[in-house]
Each structure stands twice: as structure tokens, then as C-alpha cells.
Design a protein around this ligand. Structure first.
Ligand code: FE2
Length: 170
């Protein structure tokens, strides 16, 4: 699994429509026989109530196995990510932040001791959304384009970058 080079625009983090976090129909469309977690995620009972909602996963929960299991995806998506969205909605209720984009909330609340709860939940919503969209089934390969140029400039070649990265990650 590697980071894909597809574009990922800031528009992805604009306030999402007020709606139930996941509908049964959306779940059924993404559920597969090997993804029992989907049922748990889809029917966990939590729904978004506020300007932010849980964005759909860009792939089925079992699509990244065996690198990341459906259970792990389901846990981080259906529980962690959902909780951050729900808590963000509670934290921004009746504030000016309810009408701001996720990007703007993160920037406006960073390092503000009075806005820690808003920042933490907004940043974790952003982080999880970025993470889901940074991977894809059967992804991988050597980067191309601008990122490849930066890797070459900084490390000499991809093999050296990979070696240094692996050494730095415990
Ligand atoms: Fe998580």
C-alpha cells in the first residue's frame, strides 16, 4: 500500500450536507460477503446531527486487506471517524464555526487553548478523511511526477527514500 498520486482537493473538506452518517442503502452497496464489519458500522445507531457528516469510504471496508483488515478499517472508520464527526457537530453547535469549512476550522482553532475540543475533533475528521483518500486497493508502485522529483532531490533515488523511511518508522 502506498500513497496515491491522485489529486485531493480542499473541497473534499467543505462542510458536508446535513444527513444521516450512512444510509442503509449506501451500506448495502458497499458490503461484501467478506466484510462483516460493514453491518456493524452501518447499524451502529449514530447519525450526524450538524453541519458535518461522515464521508463515505472511497472503497469497501475489505478492499485493503490483507494490508489493513476490514475489522481495522471498520473500527477506525465506523467508530473513530464517526465519533470525531459527531463530537465536532456538538462542539460547533451554536457557534460561528458551524458555517465554516473543515480546513478553516482547523486553521482558526490551532493552538487556541479555548478551542481545543473543536480543533481536536476537526483535525481528526480531516486526518481520517485524508488517510482514507491516500490509499487505494492494489495501489503502490514507484511515485511519478513532482513527488518523484522531490524524492530524487532529497534522497538520491526511491530505494534510498524507502530505506530511510523504513529506518525512521519504528
Ligand atoms: Fe482512527
Amino acid at each position: 500500500m502506498t500513497i496515491r498520486s491522485a489529486s485531493f482537493s480542499a473541497a473534499s473538506f467543505a462542510p458536508r450536507a446535513r444527513s444521516a452518517a450512512i444510509t442503509v442503502g449506501a451500506c448495502a452497496a458497499s458490503k461484501s460477503a467478506s466484510s462483516p464489519v460493514c453491518h456493524e458500522v452501518c447499524f451502529s445507531g449514530s447519525t450526524a446531527s450538524g453541519p458535518f457528516s461522515l464521508p463515505p469510504l472511497p472503497y469497501p471496508e475489505d478492499a485493503l486487506a490483507p494490508v489493513i483488515s476490514a475489522t481495522t478499517i471498520g473500527f477506525h472508520y465506523g467508530k473513530h471517524h464517526r465519533a470525531y464527526v459527531d463530537n465536532l457537530n456538538k462542539a460547533v453547535a451554536d457557534t460561528d464555526f458551524a458555517n465554516k469549512s473543515l480546513d478553516d476550522i482547523v486553521k482558526a482553532t490551532a493552538n487556541d487553548p479555548a478551542r481545543v475540543a473543536i480543533f481536536n475533533n476537526a483535525a481528526q475528521d480531516w486526518n481520517h478523511t485524508f488517510y482514507w483518500n491516500s490509499m487505494r486497493p492494489n495501489g503502490g508502485g514507484i511515485p511519478t511526477g513532482a513527488i518523484a522529483d522531490h524524492i530524487k532531490d532529497s534522497f538520491g533515488d526511491y530505494a534510498k527514500f524507502r530505506q530511510d523511511f523504513a529506518s525512521a518508522a519504528p
